[in-house]
Design a protein around this ligand. Structure first.
Ligand SMILES: C[S@@+](CC[C@H](N)C(=O)[O-])C[C@H]1O[C@@H](n2cnc3c(N)ncnc32)[C@H](O)[C@@H]1O
Ligand code: SF4
Length: 375
């Protein structure tokens, strides 16, 4: 029986944030939510009938999974427990937003076996929250954060650096306040201005309000020191955790382990192939009804491709990857095959190598330059 991570995409939000290009829909009616959750069960049946798998991580992400009534999440988990082998140590995470979390939902999530909550706070500064189109303000976020630890020992908070109007001081204030809730896990993302989002379209209007790149990096490195003072160590480019609280599901992505993704726009890495589902929710529901799957693309991952992925994803981890593991997986010496690229990256101070290869601090700031060498 093979161990598998299961990702479930819940593509609903109360309102789209101005910076976000994740696949999610606002203003959907109950019938659509019902049809979507039924389709998820039908899609899962394909994997039950065709593979012997044991699920050891589940990640319910979005969109905003906490936005839908808890009964949908509970029913889906019941379906998974009764149709699959689920490891009893399984990490089961759910993403939640402040405006849609209630004590009742937290209670039912726990009862249903969810043991990790990831809360999207982004900032505790009301101006910053407003200009990125968040539904919640800092008061709502703080109220929710005082309740979350009562239900979840394992919870994570997402914040973003580089927001319009964010300053070094406002970021320090956000992070210091968040640390009062002692989160065992925290993700810090650099704002990406995604083409086609309202923030992208209004970039000219906000341009003057963005911190420059140096200032944004200063926020990040200050945060890394501050988090290490409270026992949250940096384990992936954007992620920090107390020992034992690293996200097991996300580690599967960075370790190139297999996972199945269900739902519209979900990706899978399974049997040597990468698959992705259609992103259109109506098409997803229709395709699942017609033939039980909604795969739009399927790509065989060749050995060469697999090597590249292992390098790029492995370097996202702060401890990098081991040269022995590389040899075992690919039957080749990393240092011999990539000799010239390694020399170049070392010369620019972007990587360091002993029995592992990892990014230096400069490499973390300039990770894109490192990826370019291996793409
Ligand atoms: C799947 S998203 C959404 C989760 C949840 N609905 C929320 O809004 O917090 C997960 C995280 O990605 C980050 N994110 C989304 N879009 C981003 C962007 N354009 N730039 C940087 N971070 C982004 C946010 O921190 C968000 O919490
Ligand atoms: S950031 Fe979260 S709440 Fe905002 S649109 Fe994206 S998925 Fe929805």
């Amino acid at each position: 029986m093979r161990n598998i991570g299961l990702y479930i995409h819940v593509p609903f939000c109360r309102k789209k944030c101005y910076y976000c290009d994740f696949v999610s829909y606002e203003n959907v009616d109950d019938d659509m939510v019902f049809a979507y959750f039924s389709a998820l069960e039908n899609e899962l049946i394909f994997y039950k009938e065709n593979y012997e798998i044991e699920i050891d991580t589940v990640y319910i992400g979005g969109g905003t999974p906490s936005f839908v009534p808890a009964k949908y999440i509970l029913k889906l988990l019941e379906f998974i427990y009764s149709n699959f082998n689920v490891k009893n140590t399984c990490e089961i995470s759910i993403e939640a937003n402040p405006e849609s979390i209630t004590k009742e939902k937290l209670k039912s999530y726990r009862k249903a076996g969810i043991n990790r909550l990831s809360v999207g706070i982004q900032s505790l500064n009301d101006t910053e929250l407003r200009v990125i189109g968040r539904v919640h303000d800092s008061a709502v976020a703080l109220k929710i954060l005082s309740v979350v630890p009562l239900y979840f020992e394992n919870f994570s908070i997402d914040v973003i650096t580089g927001l319009p109007y964010q300053t070094f001081e406002s970021f320090m204030q956000t992070l210091n306040t968040l640390l009062e809730f002692s989160p065992p896990h925290l993700s810090i993302y650099s704002l990406k201005i995604e083409e086609g989002t309202p923030l992208f379209n209004r970039y000219e209007e906000y341009k003057h309000s963005f911190a420059d790149e140096d200032e944004e990096r200063r926020m990040f490195w200050w945060a890394r020191d501050r988090l290490s003072e409270v026992g949250l160590y940096h384990y992936e480019i954007s992620n920090f955790a107390k020992k034992g609280f690293e996200c097991k599901h996300n580690l599967k992505y960075w370790n190139c382990d297999e996972y199945i993704g269900v739902g519209c726009a979900a990706h899978s890495f399974f049997d040597g192939y990468r698959y992705y589902n259609t992103s259109n929710i109506n098409e997803y529901v229709k395709k699942i009804k017609e033939n039980g799957l909604a795969v739009e693309g399927k790509e065989f991952i060749s050995n060469e491709e697999s090597e590249k992925e292992f390098i790029i994803l492995g370097l996202r981890k702060i401890e990098g990857f081991s040269l022995d593991e590389f040899r075992e997986r690919f039957g080749i010496e990393f240092e011999r095959k990539y000799k010239y690229r390694i020399e170049k990256l070392k010369k620019y101070g972007l990587i360091e190598i002993d029995n592992r290869i990892k990014l230096t601090k400069r490499g973390i700031d300039l990770a894109n330059l490192v990826w370019q060498e291996f793409i």
